[in-house]
Design a protein around this ligand. Sequence first.
Ligand SMILES: Nc1nc2c(ncn2[C@@H]2O[C@H](COP(=O)(O)OP(=O)(O)OP(=O)(O)O)[C@@H](O)[C@H]2O)c(=O)[nH]1
Ligand SMILES: [Mg+2]
Length: 484
Amino acid sequence: MTTFVDRVEIHVVAGNGGHGCASVHREKYKPLGGPDGGDGGRGGDVVLVVDQDVTTLLEYHHRPHRKATNGKPGGGSHRTGATGEDLVLPVPDGTVVLDADGQPLADLVGVGTRYVAGQGGRGGLGNEALASPRRKAPGFALLGEPGEERNIVLELKTVADVALVGFPSAGKSSLISVLSAAKPKIADYPFTTLVPNLGVVTAGSTVYTVADVPGLIPGASEGKGLGLEFLRHVERCSVLVHVLDCATLEPGRDPLTDLDVIEEELAMYGGLGDRPRLVVLNKTDIPEGQDLAEIVRPDLEARGLRVFEVSAVSRQGLRELSFALGGLVTEAREARPKEESTRIVIRPKAVNDAGFTVTAEGEGFFRVRGEKPERWVRQTDFANAEAVGYLADRLNRLGVENELIKQGAREGDGVAIGGDDDAVVFDFEPAMVGGAEMLGRRGEDHRMEEPRPAVQRRRERDARRRDGGQDSAQQEFEKFDPFE
Ligand SMILES: Nc1nc2c(ncn2[C@@H]2O[C@H](COP(=O)(O)OP(=O)(O)OP(=O)(O)O)[C@@H](O)[C@H]2O)c(=O)[nH]1
Ligand SMILES: [Mg+2]
């Protein structure tokens, strides 16, 4: 049995960045060589690429977990860690990428179209790169960042110009088999077609694709038969063709009733109302079928539909039909806005935003969000005091401390950097935020002379509250000694 998979949920993990290296150059008779720790390598991305040889998502159904290679750590003697290899996942043309909540992320149409589903983590800087005139020999390096990890949904929407819809056994697959070189399964029992078939038709200078979908029956919208699920494959088509069976012996059925039923089901599915449609009256090789076709034709035409009498078995009327379809497809292609043929990413991810936000969350607790602060936290080796000092320094320079103070944060308040599930929580210690660098230069700390205005104001306010309005800012300040 062949399996067709047109919707899968996969879990992608991009490669972690390699850690930076903290190392000091060693050479005989040169005791104080400079820092020479190299940077870690970038982790590999997980990339989806449209590949013409791939037609289903089956592969991902069997192996939904995919991981790219990690970057290698940096080494001493300026050695940079190797970059992780990208993991390229081939997907069929017409794959739609959704996030776990069903929001569309990308629409992959056209061979070679790429989408980065998981971004590799950056490598951490080595201590060589972290050295500066003020910090000549850093005793720490930055950690590599974890690779992006995501659950995404891949959904296949066949990319066909023309879609054939109709009751089971109306002859949809038979039509594809005679209009194109495709060889779909054809049989006289309902629901022969379990997955869409695709054929390429050449009509004069126009080349277009035709797809059928599994047969529809009354109540398909409530899940009867195979339901409407497969209609997503015709969402992209520009022309709809009703294949009506003129030779069915089933009670209660005739081409006009069938048409109404199918239209009703299409309406329940929604979104297809604007497609031009035409009607094919099939099985006219059978005399009764031919008679019936002639009877219903005027009614159909009265509804404004173009009608084609054909036989997939005797191949009558096919040339006319294929040229009419070619004409409609050409019209649709010309009407389509240019950029639509190269649509790729619907909502690209924001990268590198420079800002951050501070939000008060209840009494004495603040949350800092932002690409940079969150990244810096991930890069920090919290076991290394110097690295923590460097982090404080960076946050301070970005203005995080000032913003916290502005929003009323006080010493000892909780400050979370990051989202709910991956936040790192600190006690707010504004006076200490100068970090390793400032503390490293004893006696030069400008805070000894004069506190910054915001800090000063806050201290005054606090003191006033405590002492019942007396101005004791000076007292308060004298108590402050960071080296105590
Ligand atoms: N006499 C005659 N039989 C036909 C014609 N077209 C299809 N058939 C027969 O009708 C039956 C169903 O044909 P399919 O092409 O499998 O029908 P389908 O619409 O794809 O059916 P499902 O896949 O079940 O939805 C087969 O036995 C075909 O041989 C036709 O033009 N004339
Ligand atoms: Mg079929």
